[in-house]
Design a protein around this ligand. Structure first.
Ligand SMILES: *Cc1c(COP(=O)(O)O)cnc(C)c1O
Length: 355
C-alpha cells in the first residue's frame, strides 16, 4: 500500500466556476488559464470542464501542443509569447495565438516563413513593469505588427499589478489613452478584475485562480460571498496518536507546548508532499469532518494535529488538508502565501485522482 495521502481533482467545480465567470463577465469571451499544468491540477484532468471557455491560455509550448492534441479546436494563447524561431514554427503548425511583448518577438515573427499568419496579443506595459511595450513605444510596435504579413489579428493586451487590492484605473487609463482609436479587441482582466472590476472586462477576460475556486488575494474572506467551489482536495489519514501531558512539546524545534493533557494525531502529509512548511500552529485542518488545528512544525513527511475536538479520532481517521471544508486560502494565509502557490506545488509523489 502507498501512504494514505492523495489528491482529488473536481472537474465539476471548474465547470461551475467557469459558469460563474461567464455570468460576471457577460458579453466578454473567456480564456481559461491553465498555465503551470492547470495550476497543479493537470491539464488533462480539467480539460473537459473547460469546454465552455472560448479559448485556453497558458505559457508552456509543450502544454499548448498537449491541449491541441487533446482535440481543442478553439484558440490557444501563449501568455509569454514565443522564445525562439523554432517556437514560431510550432505556433504556426498548431495554430497558436501568441502574446508579443518586445521587439525581439516581433522580429522572430517577421523573419519566419509561415503557412498562415499568426494572431497576436500585443502587450502594453502600463505599470506592472514585467512584460510589455512601454506606452510611448506601443503605437510604433502596433504599426510594425500591422505591416507584418506573418501577423494576423492583433488584440491589445494589458496585465494589472493591483487588481486584487482594488487599484486598476491608473493602468487602464494609460492603456485607453494610448490605444484610443486603434482597431482590435481588448483583453485586460485576470481573476481579480473579473470579480471586482467590471469596467476592465472588455472583449476577452483571462481568469485563472477563480476557475480553481481560490481567491486572487490569497484570502478566503475576499471571496466568501462568491459561490466558488474548490477544485482540489488534499486528503490523508491519521497514522499515529500521542497523548501529551502539560508541558510536553511536539516535533522539531519544540515549537508547540501542551498547556494541558491532550491527544495529538500524526498525519501522513509533510512539506515533501507540497504542504507548506511555514504553516503555523493554528492552521485549520479537518479530522473525520471536524475542524481542528495543526500544532508544531511541519516535517518532511508528517504533520501533527490537535485531536481535542475529535475525541473519537483513531489511527485511520480521515484528514482533509484542504478542499471543500478547509479552504486552501486559509491554509495558505496561515503559511504566509497564497492558494496559487499551494496548488502549483502539489508534489509529484502525491497520487492524484478525479472525483
Ligand atoms: C496568470 C495570468 C492570468 C490569470 O491570473 P489569475 O490571477 O490566476 O486570474 C491572466 N493573465 C496573464 C497574462 C497571466 O499570466
Amino acid at each position: 500500500m502507498p501512504r494514505p495521502i492523495f489528491a482529488e481533482i473536481h472537474p465539476n467545480a471548474v465547470r461551475h466556476n467557469l459558469e460563474l465567470v461567464k455570468q460576471k463577465a457577460i458579453g466578454a469571451r473567456v480564456w481559461g488559464v491553465v498555465k503551470a499544468d492547470a495550476y497543479g491540477h493537470g491539464i488533462e484532468r480539467v480539460y473537459a470542464a473547460l469546454k465552455a471557455a472560448d479559448g485556453i491560455a497558458l505559457l508552456d509550448l509543450n502544454e499548448a501542443v498537449r491541449v491541441r492534441e487533446l482535440g481543442w479546436t478553439k484558440p490557444i494563447l501563449l501568455l509569454e509569447g514565443i522564445f525562439t524561431a523554432q517556437d514560431v514554427q510550432v505556433a504556426d503548425q498548431y495554430r497558436l495565438t501568441t502574446a508579443v511583448h518586445c521587439d525581439e518577438q516581433l522580429a522572430l515573427l517577421s523573419n519566419s516563413r509561415l503557412a498562415r499568419p499568426i494572431d497576436i496579443y500585443l502587450k502594453m506595459n502600463t505599470g506592472m513593469n514585467r512584460l510589455g511595450f512601454p506606452p510611448e513605444a506601443f503605437r510604433a510596435a502596433w504599426e510594425q505588427a500591422r505591416a507584418c504579413a506573418n501577423i494576423g489579428e492583433i488584440t491589445l493586451m494589458n496585465h494589472f499589478a493591483n487588481a486584487d487590492e482594488g487599484e486598476v484605473d491608473w493602468q487602464m487609463d494609460r492603456f485607453d489613452a494610448v490605444t484610443a482609436g486603434m482597431p482590435g479587441q481588448r483583453s485586460l482582466a485576470n481573476s481579480a478584475s473579473v470579480l471586482w472590476h467590471p469596467r476592465t472586462h472588455r472583449d476577452w477576460v483571462r481568469p485563472g485562480i477563480v476557475l480553481y475556486g481560490a481567491s486572487p488575494t490569497g484570502l478566503m474572506k475576499h471571496i466568501a460571498d462568491e459561490p466558488l467551489e474548490a477544485s482540489m482536495t488534499l486528503r490523508s489519514e491519521v497514522i499515529g496518536i500521542q497523548t501529551l501531558q502539560e508541558g510536553d512539546t511536539v516535533g522539531y524545534g519544540r515549537t508547540f507546548t501542551a498547556s494541558h493533557a491532550m491527544r495529538i494525531g500524526v498525519v501522513a502529509c509533510g512539506y515533501a508532499d507540497g504542504y507548506p512548511r511555514h504553516a503555523q500552529t493554528g492552521t485549520p485542518i479537518a479530522v473525520d469532518g471536524v475542524r481542528t488545528r495543526v500544532v508544531g512544525r511541519i516535517s518532511m513527511d508528517m504533520l501533527t494535529v490537535d485531536l481535542s475536538p475529535v475525541p473519537g479520532a483513531h489511527v485511520g481517521s480521515q484528514v482533509e488538508l484542504w478542499g471543500r471544508q478547509i479552504r486552501i486560502d486559509d491554509v495558505a494565509s496561515s503559511a504566509g502565501t497564497i492558494g496559487y502557490e499551494l496548488m502549483c506545488a502539489l508534489a509529484r509523489r502525491v497520487p492524484v485522482g478525479v472525483a
